[in-house]
Design a protein around this ligand. Structure first.
Ligand code: PHE
Length: 466
């Protein structure tokens, strides 16, 4: 239905300028429209451009006040006409409501605060703060000055909304032709690109492909819930990467409930209120978010599980993985929704950023990339973090080839690792340096059912980026 709506609209109109408004008009969920757009864009039936909008959302505190009124109003209403002693007023209210309420009500000149007596200075007050919060909650516009004041009080926070604008693409058709998607031996053999390929090669490829999927499904089902992919990595639950527009969540089974409970408690604590020298994020951590199953978005989910296991009986170790990861991205010549990541980590006492730089220089020089630059970056789980750039002679410019850092104490200490252990780690996509090294400009030549078998035959190791 969503697909018909999108294609049907483009048949009669130039464009869909905003997928959000379009979804609303059609009464279809925005997620559904986005998925269709991504898929149509992948097959080039449409041309989709990202649009992002910042809007304001309520913080937890903001939500509370939207529901029960601002602290200053609650405080005002708790003062009877004849006034009240400070002590008694304090008893009537929550301590934080009392504290904030006093500050604001005095500022607003609503109350008179004597040494021990509190009285009203005005007869009636309007709860403007609550009205504004409710307007924001309903997506209504609020003037800049009010936004500023609410922001200062940490009652609102920016939320990023993502959608698309869509035009007809080069392969546009009012209806999509149904393509055979079942992976059967017959229809694989029928595909023209298999002609002339020795049968053993085809078999090897198909076999590896299927085996990889079986392993993945197994792994995904038993292991990868949001907890290992995000929470254990000190990635807050509101982080935009945890949005279904960026991450594939599983429908069936949709949750995992078996997690190491004492560790989960420590992770919850460090998100909510910190510890181990950290202030935490100060929000209410929800177990339901952590339980959501997903297709892992990075191999760091694997590293995290390994590190947790290592923490139970620590000894210095190195880990290395090459595995498939998934991101809900618009598919184009250089991006697929699934790709491979390579990840390495070293856990030992006394490691520094200097060690990380040395290891990276050694690692990449063995792949033929010896001119490296490092740029400070941000990951929720590493501090410091560095993006890795390599100079590409052919392209004549610096290109990003990976990301790295030292895992934060907020991630390592709740696992139970000794306090003096550091972990240096780096991750990169397998496809990206391979494309750069071999001058491949379309990722489908490297990965997927249209893989250029000529390329593989010429150099079988190129699929490994070696
Ligand atoms: N997980 C990061 C990514 O997906 C890579 C990374 C791994 C960064 C380890 C730092 C440490 O880009």
């Amino acid at each position: 239905m969503a697909e018909e709506a999108v294609l049907g609209h483009l048949e009669k109109n130039e464009e869909i300028s905003d997928s959000g408004k379009f979804a609303e008009e059609k009464g279809i969920s925005h997620d559904e429209i986005v998925n269709v757009i991504k898929s149509l864009n992948g097959f080039r039936l449409v041309d989709a451009q990202d649009i992002k909008r910042e809007r304001w959302g309520l913080t937890k505190e903001g939500e509370m006040y939207a529901e029960s009124g601002s602290p200053e109003t609650q405080l005002f209403l708790a003062i009877p006409l004849e006034g009240i002693t400070r002590e008694e007023l304090q008893k009537k209210l929550d301590s934080s409501i009392f504290k904030i309420g006093c500050q604001q009500a005095i500022k607003n000149k609503w109350i008179e605060m004597g040494k021990s007596h509190v009285s009203r200075k005005v007869q009636h007050v309007d709860d403007r703060v609550r009205d504004l919060l409710m307007q924001i909650q309903n997506g209504e516009a609020v003037n800049a000055e009010d936004v500023d004041a609410l922001k200062k009080r940490k009652l609102i926070t920016p939320l990023i909304w993502k959608g698309y604008s869509v035009k007809k693409g080069p392969k546009y058709a009012p209806k999509r032709k149904k393509v055979a998607t079942d992976l059967t031996r017959e229809n694989l053999l029928r595909e023209s690109e298999w002609e002339g390929v020795p049968f053993y090669l085809f078999r090897m490829y198909a076999f590896l492909y299927i085996k990889m999927w079986l392993l993945l499904i197994y792994d995904g089902f038993v292991g990868f819930c949001s907890f290992w992919n995000f929470d254990a990595l000190f990635q807050p639950q509101q982080h935009p990467a945890r949005d279904s527009h960026d991450t594939f969540f599983l429908k069936e089974p949709s949750t995992t409930k078996i997690l190491p409970e004492d560790y989960v408690e420590r992770v919850k604590g460090v998100h909510e209120s910190g510890g181990y020298g950290s202030r935490g994020y100060g929000y209410e951590w929800k177990r339901e978010e952590a339980n959501k199953n997903l297709l892992r978005t990075h191999t760091t989910a694997v590293s995290t599980r390994m590190l947790y296991a290592l923490a139970q009986d620590f000894a210095p170790k190195k880990y290395y993985s090459i595995d498939r990861v998934f991101r809900n991205e618009a598919v184009d010549r250089t991006h697929l929704a699934e790709f491979h990541q390579i990840e390495g980590l070293i856990c030992d006492r006394g490691l520094t950023l200097g060690h990380l730089i040395g290891v990276l220089e050694d690692f990449f020089s063995r792949l033929g990339m010896s001119k490296l630059k490092f740029k400070p970056a941000y990951n929720p789980y590493t501090e410091p973090s560095m993006e890795i750039f390599s100079y590409h002679e052919g392209l004549g410019k610096w290109v990003e080839i990976g990301n790295s850092g030292m895992f934060r104490p907020e991630m390592l200490l709740p696992m139970g690792l000794p306090e003096d252990v550091q972990v240096i780690a780096w991750g990169l996509s397998l496809e990206r340096p391979t494309m750069i090294l071999y001058g491949i400009d379309n990722i489908r030549d490297l990965f997927g059912h249209k893989v250029d078998l000529g390329l593989i035959k010429r150099n079988p190791l190129c699929r490994l980026g070696l």
